[in-house]
Write a protein that binds this ligand. Structure first.
Ligand SMILES: Cc1cc2nc3c(=O)[nH]c(=O)nc-3n(C[C@H](O)[C@H](O)[C@H](O)COP(=O)(O)O)c2cc1C
Length: 180
């Protein structure tokens, strides 16, 4: 299927999937054909023109399934527009955001071939009830309050700007990504 965008997500507790669905919906509103699926389910990128990878930060690293996705599909990803959306900080504290940006920079240094057309750290969520083993036995975590730092307006603005960038990238490649 031509002109198809894949929004692939790597999630542990589900919030990155919700954020990815929201981005997918915003791109659809702008005329793109979008599939939104777990990164772990993707066997081939042959039918996609562009990829948005949504991958939460865990212990300073991108979610394991996102790292696996980047490694597995490296050859295809080298030649297509790729955007990264990275949920992390669960509060608005400046130092958490600074640290998330540093973590992402360090992770991206592992993939020097990856040249994202857009890359954004966004707020994440936390709910101690969703914790599985071994996290739920760590007192500091299971006593921590519920938090949701997602700024839906900012995420929508990012996705809308990405739609423009994807359209431009596609025109340069000689095929309009959206038929108007
Ligand atoms: C055990 C654990 C470790 C985390 N480590 C980081 C981290 O190193 N950096 C960061 O910015 N956010 C970190 N977070 C916040 C997550 O990225 C955030 O909760 C995100 O929304 C989780 O996405 P998910 O619901 O899709 O799994 C951590 C969260 C948990 C529960």
């Amino acid at each position: 299927m031509p002109h198809q965008v894949l929004v692939a997500y790597a999630t542990r507790f589900g919030s990155t999937a919700e954020t990815a669905q929201f981005v997918a919906e915003t791109l659809r509103d702008r005329g793109f054909t979008v599939e939104c699926r777990p990164a772990s389910e993707i066997a081939s990128l042959d039918s996609y023109e562009a990829v948005v990878l949504a991958a939460a930060l865990y212990m300073g690293k991108l979610h394991r399934e996102a790292r696996h996705f980047l490694e597995t599909h490296q050859e295809s990803l080298r030649t297509m527009p790729v955007a990264l959306l990275v949920p992390g900080p669960i509060e608005t504290r400046e130092k958490d955001w600074h640290s998330a940006h540093q973590q992402l920079e360090k992770q991206l240094a592992r993939y020097p071939w990856l040249k994202p057309i857009a890359c954004q750290v966004v707020g994440g969520t936390f709910d101690p009830k969703r914790l599985g083993f071994p996290w739920k036995i760590i007192p500091a975590l299971h006593k921590a309050p519920v938090a949701d730092a997602r700024d839906w307006n900012a995420i929508r603005d990012w996705a809308a700007a990405l739609a423009g960038t994807l359209q431009d990238a596609s025109m340069e490649r000689g095929s309009p990504a959206v038929s108007r």
